[in-house]
Ligand binder design. Structure first.
Ligand SMILES: Cc1ncc(COP(=O)(O)O)c(C=O)c1O
Length: 367
């Protein structure tokens, strides 16, 4: 593999992949697209059904207009971005690229987003967990323990997942702790910083300082602030050019459908003007829910949130289940995490629209 000496991440990729993998080279990527050429190189069918014209052809793997729009929105260069089918696809692909089944490990900090562990299991990677420190109504990273565990050669940790703001706790971590972890692990592990909810937070994205951290990869998604979960669009953003080129080679040849790309561009463009007021609306609804839950006798704690959801701790497991059932009877579905040891008696509740808030508050008042 060329450029390995210049890259912080390429040497960490699975050995078999690094030394013996030839990416699929699609017809579209080999030839580029010229409007006046006749394309007989990809076994497409030139007779599309009506109203489906233009969809008879494969698109390129990384549509340039989508990358340019994402780059503007994220404050990164197009060549630093890989568009994927949701950030879920990136989590899955990164684990497969870095972790040799039965040997390598991922590290995450529970309670956190469950898909890191799910995709880790799918690949047969070990899943080492360094729990967040719960203190003073907040959850923080145990930076020293994360660094020591990830650096321990017996553990073979390849990827460290940090989710900031974190789900399901809703809080952000101190930027200094994140920076300390990324810097200490340079040369040892890739740090995957999942910023799915960053736009709801007052904290700055680490994209601004990507160039200082060659072992950092940032995940963004259009499923949250862009309200486009149904289209499945995410982005991996990294400053290690050689690694990004290799990752493109490992990704499916045509991951982003043309219609999805067009809708993603539209959402990103509309967000330029409308995102701030939409976030403010969500924050207002979130605050109404916080006030209502804090007054309820069966609620022990509402954790501070910098996201579009709340982590609500009830006084007991039975109290959490009782509220879950009350909500269900009113056709409101909440996320039950009350039986998990690290979120005992808690429900995760997404912030909905004004009508959803009113309905939920009427249930809380009736408790
Ligand atoms: C923290 C976090 N990361 C990633 C994802 C996956 O998002 P996507 O819809 O882009 O796959 C989610 C989805 O809920 C999430 O909460």
């Amino acid at each position: 593999m060329k450029n390995q000496e210049k890259s912080a991440l390429l040497p960490l990729i699975r050995h078999d992949l690094r030394t013996n993998f030839t990416p699929y080279s699609s017809a579209a990527s080999e030839m580029g697209k010229k409007d006046d050429a006749i394309y007989l190189n990809a076994n497409e069918n030139p007779y599309p059904f009506s109203n489906l014209e233009g969809l008879d052809r494969y698109d390129v793997q990384q549509p340039p207009a989508l990358l340019a729009t994402m780059a503007k929105a994220y404050g990164a260069r197009p060549d630093q971005i890989i568009a994927t089918r949701g950030s879920d696809e990136s989590i899955d692909l990164l684990i497969r690229m870095f972790c040799e089944s039965g040997k390598d490990a991922i590290l995450s900090c529970p309670p956190t987003f469950g898909m890191y562990g799910v995709y880790g299991n799918l690949q047969g990677a070990k899943h080492i967990q360094v729990p967040l420190i719960a203190k003073d109504n907040s959850f923080s990273l145990d930076a020293n323990k994360i660094i020591a565990t990830a650096k321990n050669p017996d553990n073979n940790v390849k990827l460290v997942f940090l989710c900031c703001p974190n789900s399901p706790t809703g809080n952000v971590f101190a930027p200094s702790a994140i920076t300390e972890i990324i810097s200490a692990l340079n040369g040892h592990c890739a740090v995957i910083l999942d910023e799915a909810y960053i736009d709801f937070s007052a904290q700055d994205s680490f994209i601004n300082i990507l160039s200082d951290h060659p072992n950092l990869l940032i995940l963004r998604t259009l499923s949250k602030v862009h309200a486009l979960a149904g289209e499945r669009v995410g982005a991996t953003i990294g400053g290690d050019a050689a690694f990004m080129a290799f990752m493109r080679g490992c990704l499916a040849p045509y991951p982003i459908p043309k219609s999805v790309s067009a809708n993603a561009i539209e959402a990103l463009r509309q967000a330029e003007d409308k995102q701030e007021s939409m976030i403010n609306r969500i924050i207002i609804e979130r605050q109404k829910l916080v006030s209502a839950f804090e007054k309820a006798d069966i609620v022990r704690n509402v954790f501070p949130s910098e996201t579009n959801f709340l982590l609500v701790e009830f006084i007991s497991y039975d109290a959490a289940q009782s509220f879950l059932k009350t909500a269900l009877a009113a056709q409101i579905i909440l996320r039950d995490i009350s039986a998990k040891p690290d979120t005992e008696n808690c429900l995760r509740i997404s912030v909905g629209n004004e009508a959803d808030t009113d309905k939920l508050i009427s249930l809380i008042k009736g408790l």
